[in-house]
Every structure is written in structure tokens, then in C-alpha cells.
Design a protein around this ligand. Structure first.
Ligand code: GTP
Ligand code: SPV
Ligand code: MN
Length: 592
């Protein structure tokens, strides 16, 4: 192994930081403490160590310069919602949609697990910033971890290193994240959040959202709690900018549940019909939004890279993602080809005859098992994205004109619908349903309510979160218009009715035109929908009947939908805002 350079010496004088790191080191008892400075030299050195330790497998440097494959433990391949806890003083604060443990119980239980857990290992200290460096809207975190894979991923996903400590200065206002991979035993796996302490303790997993604490843990669960307290919003949303041929920009934020198309939509390439139009990516997973002085809602992307779903990513579905991962990418749980390249289901070209599957086993074409894990992912720096917006580091972010909610629904929900007003839009978000995906452990393909795509990520009571959404209207003089979309409706043949991907530009254009009031729509009982001619379908090779089916509203299906929303509201209980129940009643009474 390369000699340890830099090091054990704290990279800061901040007594709070030094004190906390020392206290956690006394608990974990690592052999060494290493402070990450974020330099290129450090990246090279840690990568070499990870390769030597077998944590990373170098890929063919001609085909994938600077890129590596990592195989996680086969029992550790997705977020674990049943092992994720919100640890507030009372159960009521966490609400019915979160697992709850009291802070005393959680600290007690996890202290035992962490005690001596880093013996024989290095404890890495990762200082990082979520959001542009120096922005008043960014947050500083410190993550301690025993995983070099986590360090190398955090380096891509956040602004990491000395710069974060410089931004923090002498302040005590930083998130305290403690992480240990432990022995990757699902019986001893806990992802615990302490919103009141701005702290996260994660034990027993090395995977994605469980282990990269800046992402879902800080930016969404703790973030949503801080957002309510401080008057802003932390959302599971992509942010994109649409530029028209005249150079005018409009910004949109969209919440789709995990593995339901955020990365794809954020990197959309418009079809030929839209010559001169461009879509620019601000973010593909998380948005922090706050009222601006000008009365609009402004958003930043707290992340610095993409942790994207690999299967289905190809030059035909998402060329910008393919270019983004063409170098300096980390791949997790994808398959490996004979010539040191990566492969997954849905990649362009022929299926290779032979592969090494995501678990490192030989795999032959025609095998019933998938070669790449369905939740296999790439980690890549956003700077690699050819469609990266130039405003991505802007400390103030971008003004949002439209908010979109979308789920994976084979039936009922039409291609696109505009809400009547803000509170109806909040109702659309709160009642979002989606079929489950491989992004979380558990059964795939079951419809569940996933409010604002935040079910697994809201750090407090869902009813209060909805109230916070409703209340935001008062602080935003020009609120974004709110829409609902569904790219996943299926025909009787079981196939998707709408072609999706780049063709979603057609829907996006209607949404933007509606936000600016320059295109028509038809009022239905459930919301505003495009009438014939409002969505540009020219040059689209699809039977008109399929578009009709994709956009149809069936009153019987909607009656059932609104009744099922009623039982969901019962589960959430008395904290469901009266406004939302009244919205439900109003829609239902219209349908009768
Ligand atoms: P997380 O990173 O888990 O939060 O997910 P994400 O929302 O960024 O998901 P992503 O864009 O990676 O989408 C993953 C899945 O959605 C893949 O299986 C895609 O092929 C599929 N998908 C994306 N866009 C479309 C679309 O417009 N139509 C259809 N039918 N499928 C889509
Ligand atoms: C998601 O599951 O929504 C993700 C991946 O974006 S993870 O970081 O694992 O949460
Ligand atoms: Mn996500």
C-alpha cells in the first residue's frame, strides 16, 4: 500500500470539530484517523489503496479512463427503509410514515455497535458542503467513515475537503455524521437520524443512500426538518432549465420517486421537431427551494455529482448520461465484460456472449438472471455532463416557474394535468402514487402512495410536511404552477402508451407555456389538460389512439383513486391539513 501521507493531524483549528472527531474516535477506536483534504493527489492515493484492497476494480483505461467497478455485499444493494429511523423525542414528531426510535434508545443501541467497530481500520474524516461553496443556502457536514469507497463517492457527490472546513470556519453549525460499514450484517444495520441534534448515525451498510450521508440523510431527511424550521423546502426533485430558440430560459423542478425518471428528464435531449431548444441540467435528485426577495421560488442543487441508475441507461435513452459516465466514473454492481468494460441490461448494442455478473460470477447470454443488479448505479461528477447548466454553482440558484409531480402508474393517471391552484397542486403531490422499484429493498411493482416522492425521505410528520407546503404559498408571491405527469401508463397490450424520454419535451413545452399563460388547455373535473393541438405531436411516430389513451381520464378509475386517497389520509391521521381533505371531497363531489 502507498505510504500514508497527510493525515492524522486535524485540518482545522475549530475546537467543536476537533472535539467531536476525538469523541467519535474514542468510540470507534480506529487504528488511524485520516482527514480528507479533497486534493487530486489524495484521490489518486486513495484510489490506489482501494484497488490494492480489492474494493475497486480498474476498468479498461482506453474505454473508461479513470473509472472503476465496485461490488457491494449481495445483501447490501439498496436503501433499507425498514431499517431507517427518525429519532425524535416523541414518536408523534416522526409521524406514521417513519420508523421511530427515541434518541436515548437509538444512541444506546448504536453506541454498542460502534464501540470498537473501527479497530484495525482507518477512520476517514470527510468535511463536505451540500450546495455551492460560499452560498448562504448551503450546509456543511462532517462524515466519519471506515469506507474508502464512501470517501471516493462523497468526493464526487459533494464539495468535499479542506474547502468545507474553510467555509465552516469556527462555527459549530455542521451536521455530524457517523458511519461504519461494520460487518454488513442486515441484523445489525441501522440508519438513524437525529434531527434535533443535526446528527446521523449509520451502521452496517456501505451502499448509496444508506452510507453517503450527505445525500438522502442530510439533504432530505435532516434537510426537510431544517427547511420547515427555517422556512425553506428540501425536496426529492430534479431541476432543469429549458432554453427556447430565442435564448429565453425557464426553470422547472420535478419530483418522481426513486428510479422513476429524474436523471433521464434532467438530461433530456429534445427531438428533431424542437430544433433550437435546449435542456440544461441543474440537478437530478435533490432540490433545496426557498422564497427569493423577488417573490419567486428559487432552487439550488445541493449535490456535486450523480448517483444514477445504470440499467436502461444507453445512447438511445440518455446520451448525456452516457457522456457523463465516459470518464472518472465509479460503477457499483454492474456487470463486467471480458475487455474490462461495464455492461447492464438496456445498454446499446448486442448482449455479450459472456460476462462477469454483478456478484463476480460467470454469466452467459440467455441466462435468466440479470447480469447487472437492477439497482446498480454509476457515480459521476456533474462537470462531465455536456448539458450542465452554467448556473449550477450560482449561490442563489435559479427561479422555478413550474413544479411537476410524477409517478409510475400503469393506469388511471393521464400523461399530464395542471392543478387549478397551489393547494390543489399540493394535493396532487401529497397523493402521488407509484409502483415500487428496485431502489429500495422489498417487493417491486406494487402501487403505494409516495407523497411528493418523499415517503422514504421526509424527516418529520407527513401531515406537518403537507402543511408546510401549503404555508409556503404565503411566502411566495409568484408561486410556480403545479403539474402532474405519468410517463408509465400502459395499453391493453401491456406496453407503455407514451414513448417517453426525449419525447417528454413535448409535454415539458406545454407545461412551460402554461406557466407563462401562452397556450390553451381544457378544464376537466380533475384539473387542466391539453386539448387536441395544444401538445405538439408533429414528427412523432405514434398512433393517435395511443395518445388518446395516454391522456384519457376515466371517472370511475378516479373515483376509486380518490377513495383510496381517503384511506391514505386516515393512515396519516388528524394532522392531514383540512385543506387537503376538502380538496379531496371537492373533487369527489364533482365526480358524482
Ligand atoms: P433515483 O436516482 O433512484 O432517485 O431515480 P431517478 O428518478 O433519477 O430515475 P432514472 O432517471 O434513473 O430512471 C430509472 C428508470 O426509469 C429506468 O428504468 C428508465 O429506463 C426509466 N425511465 C426514465 N424515463 C422514462 C420515460 O420517459 N419513459 C419510460 N417508460 N421509462 C423511463
Ligand atoms: C434513490 O433511491 O432515490 C436514490 C439512490 O437516489 S440512493 O442514494 O441510494 O438513495
Ligand atoms: Mn433519489
Amino acid at each position: 500500500m502507498a505510504a500514508q501521507q497527510s493525515s492524522g493531524a486535524p485540518l482545522t483549528d475549530n475546537p467543536e470539530v476537533k472535539g467531536w472527531v476525538a469523541e467519535m474516535a474514542a468510540l470507534g477506536k480506529p487504528d488511524r484517523i485520516y482527514w480528507c483534504d479533497g486534493s487530486e493527489e489524495e484521490k489518486r492515493r486513495l484510489t490506489e489503496q482501494a484497488v490494492a484492497a480489492g474494493v475497486l476494480i480498474p476498468l479498461n483505461p482506453q474505454k473508461h479512463p479513470g473509472s472503476y467497478l465496485h461490488r457491494s455485499h449481495p445483501n447490501d444493494v439498496a436503501r433499507v427503509e425498514h431499517l431507517t429511523f427518525i429519532c425524535t423525542p416523541s414518536r408523534e414528531e416522526a409521524g406514521p410514515t417513519n420508523n421511530w426510535m427515541s434518541p436515548e434508545d437509538a444512541y444506546g443501541k448504536l453506541r454498542k455497535l460502534f464501540d470498537g467497530s473501527m479497530r484495525g481500520r482507518t477512520m476517514y474524516v470527510i468535511p463536505y458542503v451540500m450546495g455551492p461553496l460560499g452560498s448562504a443556502h448551503s450546509k456543511v457536514g462532517l462524515q466519519l467513515t471506515d469506507s474508502v469507497y464512501v470517501v471516493l463517492n462523497m468526493r464526487v457527490m459533494t464539495r468535499m475537503g479542506k474547502a468545507a472546513l474553510d467555509m465552516l470556519g469556527g462555527s459549530n453549525d455542521f451536521n455530524r455524521g457517523l458511519h461504519c460499514t461494520g460487518d454488513v450484517n442486515p441484523e445489525r444495520r441501522y440508519i438513524c437520524h437525529f434531527p434535533q441534534d443535526n446528527a446521523i448515525w449509520s451502521f452496517g451498510s456501505g451502499y448509496g443512500g444508506n452510507a453517503l450521508l450527505g445525500k438522502k440523510c442530510l439533504s432530505l431527511r435532516i434537510g426537510s426538518y431544517l427547511g420547515r424550521k427555517e422556512g425553506w423546502m428540501a425536496e426529492h426533485m430534479l431541476i432543469l432549465g429549458v432554453e427556447d430558440p430565442a435564448g429565453r430560459m425557464a426553470y422547472v423542478a420535478a419530483a418522481f420517486p426513486s428510479a422513476c425518471g429524474k436523471t433521464n428528464f434532467a438530461m433530456l435531449i429534445p427531438p428533431k421537431r424542437f430544433a433550437g431548444w435546449r435542456v440544461w441540467t441543474i440537478g437530478d435528485d435533490i432540490a433545496w427551494m426557498r422564497p427569493g426577495k423577488d417573490g419567486r421560488l428559487w432552487a439550488i442543487n445541493p449535490e456535486n455529482g450523480y448517483f444514477g441508475v445504470a440499467p436502461g441507461t444507453s445512447f438511445s435513452s440518455n446520451p448525456n448520461a452516457m457522456k457523463t459516465i465516459s470518464r472518472d466514473a465509479l460503477f457499483t454492481n454492474v456487470a463486467l465484460t471480458k475487455d474490462g468494460s461495464v455492461w447492464w441490461e438496456g445498454l446499446d448494442g448486442e448482449v455479450p456472449e459472456e460476462l462477469t455478473d454483478w456478484q463476480g460470477r460467470p454469466w452467459k447470454k440467455g441466462s435468466p438472471e440479470k447480469a447487472a443488479h437492477p439497482n446498480s448505479r454509476f457515480t459521476a461528477p456533474m462537470q462531465n455532463n455536456p448539458a450542465l447548466s452554467k448556473y449550477v454553482d450560482d449561490p442563489e440558484g435559479v427561479p422555478i416557474s413550474a413544479i411537476i409531480f410524477g409517478g409510475r402508474r400503469s393506469t388511471t393517471v393521464p400523461l399530464v394535468m395542471q392543478s387549478f391552484n397551489w393547494s390543489h397542486g399540493v394535493f396532487m403531490g401529497a397523493t402521488l402514487g407509484s409502483e415500487t422499484t428496485a431502489a429500495a429493498a422489498g417487493k417491486v411493482g406494487v402501487v403505494r402512495r409516495d407523497p411528493m416522492a418523499m415517503l422514504p425521505f421526509c424527516g418529520y410528520h407527513m401531515g406537518e410536511y403537507w402543511q408546510h407546503w401549503l404555508d409556503m404559498q404565503r411566502d411566495v408571491q409568484y408561486p410556480p404552477k403545479i403539474f402532474q405527469v405519468n410517463w408509465f401508463r400502459k395499453g391493453k397490450d401491456g406496453k407503455f402508451l407514451w414513448p417517453g424520454y426525449g419525447e417528454n419535451m413535448r409535454v415539458l413545452k406545454w407545461i412551460i407555456d402554461r406557466a407563462y399563460g401562452t397556450v390553451g388547455a381544457q378544464e376537466t373535473l380533475l384539473g387542466w389538460v391539453p386539448r387536441e393541438g395544444h401538445i405538439d405531436l408533429s414528427g412523432l411516430d405514434i398512433a393517435p389512439e395511443r395518445v388518446d389513451e395516454a391522456t384519457a381520464i376515466d371517472e370511475g378509475e378516479w373515483k376509486a383513486e380518490l377513495e383510496s386517497v381517503g384511506s391514505f389520509f386516515k393512515e396519516i391521521g388528524p394532522k392531514v391539513p383540512m385543506t387537503l381533505e376538502l380538496e379531496r371531497q371537492l373533487l369527489l363531489s364533482n365526480l358524482r
